[in-house]
Write a protein that binds this ligand. Structure first.
Ligand code: GLC
Ligand code: CA
Length: 539
């Protein structure tokens, strides 16, 4: 970042407060109902006041938008719906002026099927260099009508699609409009280095590598058996060497970071991806998946913090564009459909329970060493749109009456409760409709109210900075009850009560922060679904 001098022992990303801007839903500057880059630039002062130190903006590159920009047809240009290259330059300059770095997505597992490379591949014969950039295989059967194997994609039944009249099929880990690249091909590697150089030269400070665990495939291309435990599209041999290559390239740009979106059931597998010769950082998704469970959260925090041993700090995350927002998840009394969180809600979340727990969660998240990533609107306590009518859904993962998909967490941000589209746009017809309850969550209703979620986030992030919590080691403290978690860091004590009833804390002290302004700690009692930061009394 140009605004801060990089401390080599402790670079900026290790303690960043990242704010994930889901671009189509953050702020619309030109009244077409879709968020855009000038919209983000216009809201930087709000983010600086919140305490944000880095923005991650979802893909704004030229794209047919089959997966909201995660299907890129030109990596060097901006999709007209989001703005222009000049708008990126303006965003970079203004973000830096506000003390924020800019992180962008690098979608390297696949391109759009509209990408010129893919079109060239389709126009070229089997075995051609143009086809070798992707993963083409002959179909099975005399007429090649059967897919090369039985692999399934994350989004659909088969991971293979057959272009009309072709003898070959191409592999897609996600939708059939996102064709997987062949990461054994040196042209592909060279091209992505060029793409990253292009954006770093424009001032971008870091990358979030999309689907970083997907880029190598099982080498034998054989059918998977029901007994196979390893997905042929995930965590395959060679993947860590590929990230070592990326890292040696990134080492030429020591002020820039490469963050991985690495998903695995076991967080230990995720941690294999970081280290001095691999990715700088990964998201701690297990923290997000641990729901409201003291033991699961404590274990996953302990586990993720082990990456500090190889010089990498976790990025704590509780919500994202791929999951039900945590206010809604935490408002469920039974975690039912978690961790995927994408199925139909079995129960309508209780907003008040979700809000209370989300308040306690941010007290914990802001206390932890390392970086954190806020999903736009979580600082307002935004719930998912749980009543979105199917006719409005845009997500390619949506499958009527099976799978609601991810649109519910991607609803346009409410800025002004009295304006059209709650201040998101100048008109009401937004790309996804907002629920009327967003009125209550709008920024204008919260920013001057001391008891609001927004005020809580601002206070906690300011205290986190003041006490340098991101840099201090965390120590667990013994508690008398299983549903209470206590830790100390930077001279402060955190206590969080996962139960429903009040508990007496073993530590006395001055309240530094609390999940709700009503918490007074009378007789040392901490209410249920609440958290507190204390400065302990000297014994
Ligand atoms: C990542 C993104 C997700 C996208 C997928 C395919 O998982 O977070 O939104 O659909 O990659 O690019
Ligand atoms: Ca717009």
């Amino acid at each position: 970042m140009t605004t801060t001098t990089t401390n080599v022992a402790y670079p900026w990303w290790q303690e960043a407060v990242i704010y994930q801007v889901y671009l189509p839903s953050f702020a619309d500057s030109n009244g077409d109902g879709i968020g855009d880059l000038p919209g983000v630039t216009s809201r930087l002062a709000y983010l600086a006041e919140l305490g944000v130190t880095a923005l991650w903006v979802s893909p704004f590159f030229t794209s047919p938008q089959a997966d909201n920009g995660y299907d890129i047809s030109d990596y060097y240009d901006v999709d007209p719906r989001y703005g222009t290259l000049d708008d990126v330059d303006m965003l970079v300059t203004q973000a830096h002026a506000h003390g924020m770095g800019l992180i962008i997505d690098i979608v390297a597992n696949h391109t759009s099927t509209e990408h010129p490379w893919f079109k060239e591949a389709l126009a070229s014969p089997a075995g051609s260099p143009a086809r070798d950039r992707y993963i083409f295989r002959d179909g099975r059967g005399d007429d090649h009508a059967k897919a090369p194997n039985n692999w399934t994609s994350m989004f659909s039944e088969s991971a293979w699609a057959r272009p009309a009249g072709d003898t070959q099929w191409y592999l897609h880990s996600f939708s059939h409009k996102q064709a997987d690249l062949n990461w054994h091909n040196t042209e592909v590697k060279d091209e992505f280095r060029r793409i990253m150089q292009f954006w770093m030269a424009r001032g971008v400070d870091g990358f979030r590598m999309d689907a970083a665990m997907c880029m190598m495939k099982r080498a034998d291309f054989a059918d998977t058996a029901p007994t196979d435990t390893n997905d042929p599209l995930l965590h395959q041999p060679g993947i860590l060497d590929l990230h070592r290559e990326f890292r040696s390239f990134m080492n030429e740009y020591p002020e820039h970071c490469l963050i991985g979106e690495v998903l695995a059931n076991d967080q230990r597998q995720v941690l294999d991806y970081v280290g001095p010769d691999k990715l700088h950082q990964v998201f701690a998704f297990n923290y997000q998946y641990a729901y409201w469970n003291r033991t699961a959260l404590q274990n996953t925090i302990t586990q993720s913090l082990q990456s500090a041993n190889v010089g990498s700090m976790p990025i704590w995350v509780t919500s994202s564009h791929d999951q039900v927002r945590h206010v809604s998840r935490l408002g469920l009394t039974v975690p039912g459909h978690l961790p995927g969180g994408l199925g139909p809600m079995s129960e309508q979340p209780s907003w008040s329970l979700g809000q209370a727990r989300a308040r306690a969660m941010i007290c914990m998240t802001a206390f932890l060493p390392g970086a954190l990533c806020l999903y736009y609107g979580e600082e307002l306590g935004l719930p998912d749109h749980t009543q979105l009518e199917d006719r409005y859904r845009k997500d390619p993962r949506f499958q009527p009456s099976h799978y609601n998909g991810r649109d519910g967490c991607r609803i346009p941000m409410p800025w002004d409760s009295n304006a059209p589209a709650f201040g998101f746009s100048t008109q009401t017809d937004t790309w996804l409709p907002q629920p009327s309850c967003y009125h209550h969550y709008a920024v204008d209703r919260q920013q001057h109210w001391g008891g609001s979620m927004l005020t809580l986030y601002r206070q906690l992030l300011a205290l986190r900075k003041q006490f340098e919590l991101a840099r201090h080691p965390l120590q667990w403290l013994p508690t008398l009850r299983n549903d209470v978690l206590m830790a100390c860091c930077g001279g402060l004590v955190l206590a969080i009560n996962f139960g429903h009833t009040s508990v007496r804390l073993p530590t006395k002290g001055t309240i530094v922060a609390r999940s709700h302004p009503h918490i007074a700690l009378r007789n040392g009692m901490l209410p249920g679904n609440a958290a507190i930061w204390l400065r302990p009394e000297q014994q």
